[in-house]
Design a protein. Structure first.
Length: 94
């Protein structure tokens, strides 16, 4: 029996507009990913003109289709405008 590896994924989420509360957005994203991925950190990233992105670090099982399911779940959250998967890294160890 082979065990699937875990990966650390960083996603940059742009809110649908500047008035979106990023802390509340992070909580909604975490809730949407429950059972699929574990959110380990949120970081606000200033972009320009008062707009910030939300960097979401999460851990998930490596699977066929990569991050597609996670991207779809995050995209469906109210307040999410756009998203980019910035990085995917294999987590070593057990």
């Amino acid at each position: 029996m082979s065990l699937m590896s875990r990966v650390l994924v960083r996603v940059r989420v742009l809110p649908s507009d500047a008035s979106v509360d990023l802390k509340a957005l992070g909580e909604r994203i975490s809730g949407a990913l429950s059972g699929v991925a574990k959110v380990v950190r949120f970081v606000e990233e200033p972009i320009a003109f008062g707009l910030s992105a939300l960097l979401v670090d999460l851990v998930m099982e490596e699977r066929e289709g990569g991050t597609y399911d996670v991207e779809q779940l995050i995209s469906s959250v109210e307040g999410v405008g756009e998203l980019d998967v910035v990085n995917v890294s294999l987590i070593s160890g057990s």
